[in-house]
Design a protein around this ligand. Structure first.
Ligand SMILES: [Zn+2]
Length: 383
């Protein structure tokens, strides 16, 4: 099957992140097996989802080193979107290929899988690997499972290309994404008897303001990197709930905040700063009202930023093949930071425009897929 056949097949499998992705993974796995390959699946705890990692060995059978082509198999939902055609049926209209995931990022996966026979026929001194993950769209949950398995098995990969939509231009950096839920536990009381309670909402509000202070300090003092749209790290509280009645002091207030750190800002330090405020100021205050007051944090997402080295062989290769030397840094997160943190130099380069991703009537242009095929052919030849 060629790229178009594969994209048609992949688009027809609804891999919205809330669903199992096994239909897609097993379809790819079976095809790779028929070609004599030995794909390895790593599942989530429930067994409903899997990553696929498959090595296309070098000419001499070598499986260490080489380059990985990475893509996520899940997509964002189509809920509430008014699509012109069935989002799970690849439809050509006006020279564009429409389907959920056509651009983000089944187009890249279709190119990679469709070209396996060609990759196998290319005399390579080093291996090529396919690395397809689950649950990228919900905070990059699958890729760490695959990376841990590679590490446990001692599989070494020299470089990685994450094929997220960049219009086939190299992206060398993106911010990290971290999300946390915070639960502030106070004490309920009738609202006429305020000294008997400990108002979780009011104390949570102080903490939310302290988080806002972090945001304002970043904005005023940096660090800055002008290659980004928003050239500093950001942090913001985006959901809050608390209280049960208008005449009852709230026992519980819960909120979530999210920060997008420049790669030079370690996320652990950001969280430590927030927790230091809680320990040093908020809790002593709360406990003067109620000895058992407490504040809990739960991490919801932790995708590290990417900051590729210009010296890395993979960066130089992708720059050479795309003939593009511009330094592009983007606001959206990808799995690239996870690969980099695992010691695998990584850049982002894939077909389609990020403008199309996640939207109604998502599409990819056939020319982008053709460019991607040419690019992947050259990647294989470089090995
Ligand atoms: Zn994506």
């Amino acid at each position: 099957m060629n790229t178009l056949d594969w994209l048609t097949a992949l688009a027809a499998i609804d891999t919205t992140s809330r669903n199992a992705n096994l239909g897609l993974i097993e379809t790819v796995r079976d095809d790779l097996r028929r070609q004599g390959l030995d794909p390895r699946l790593t599942h989530n705890a429930e067994g409903t989802k899997a990553n696929l990692f498959c090595t296309l060995p070098a000419r001499d059978g070598g499986t260490q080193g080489g380059i990985a082509l990475s893509g996520h198999t899940d997509t964002v939902p189509v809920d509430g979107q008014d699509w012109t055609s069935d989002p799970f049926k690849l439809t050509e209209r006006g020279g564009k290929l429409y389907a959920r995931g056509s651009c983000d990022m089944k187009g890249f996966i279709a190119c990679a899988v469709g070209m396996v026979p060609e990759f196998l026929a290319t005399p390579r001194a080093r291996p090529l690997h396919l690395a397809f993950s689950y649950d990228e769209e919900i905070a990059c949950i699958g890729a760490p499972v695959m990376l841990a398995d590679l590490q446990a098995r001692g599989v070494r990969v020299d470089g990685c290309i994450v094929g997220e939509p960049t219009s086939m231009k190299p992206v060398v950096a993106h911010k990290g994404l971290n999300a946390w839920r915070c639960r502030v536990h106070g004490k309920a009381a009738h609202s006429s008897l305020t000294p008997r309670g400990c108002n979780a909402i009011e104390h949570a509000a102080r903490l939310i303001c302290a988080i806002r202070d972090v945001a304002e300090a970043w904005r005023a003092e940096g660090p800055f990197d002008d290659c980004y749209d928003v050239p500093y790290s950001t942090i913001t509280t985006n959901m809050v709930s608390g209280g049960i009645a208008m005449n009852t002091i709230a026992q519980l207030c819960e909120f979530t905040y999210e920060f997008r750190n420049l790669p030079v800002v370690p996320p652990a330090e950001v969280q430590a700063r927030i927790e230091a405020y809680v320990q040093g100021e908020l809790l002593p205050r709360m406990r003067s009202e109620y000895a058992e007051a407490r504040v809990e944090f739960e991490n919801l997402a932790a995708a590290p930023g990417l900051d590729a080295s210009e010296q890395a062989a993979i960066t130089q290769l992708v720059r050479a093949l795309t003939q593009d030397a511009s330094v592009r840094k983007v606001a959206y997160g990808t799995e690239a930071g996870l690969f980099q943190r695992a010691g695998i130099p990584t850049v982002v380069c894939g077909p389609g425009s990020i403008e199309q991703a996640h939207k109604v009537d998502e599409f990819v242009e056939p020319d982008q897929l053709a460019q991607c095929e040419r690019f992947l052919r050259q990647v294989a030849e470089s090995l």
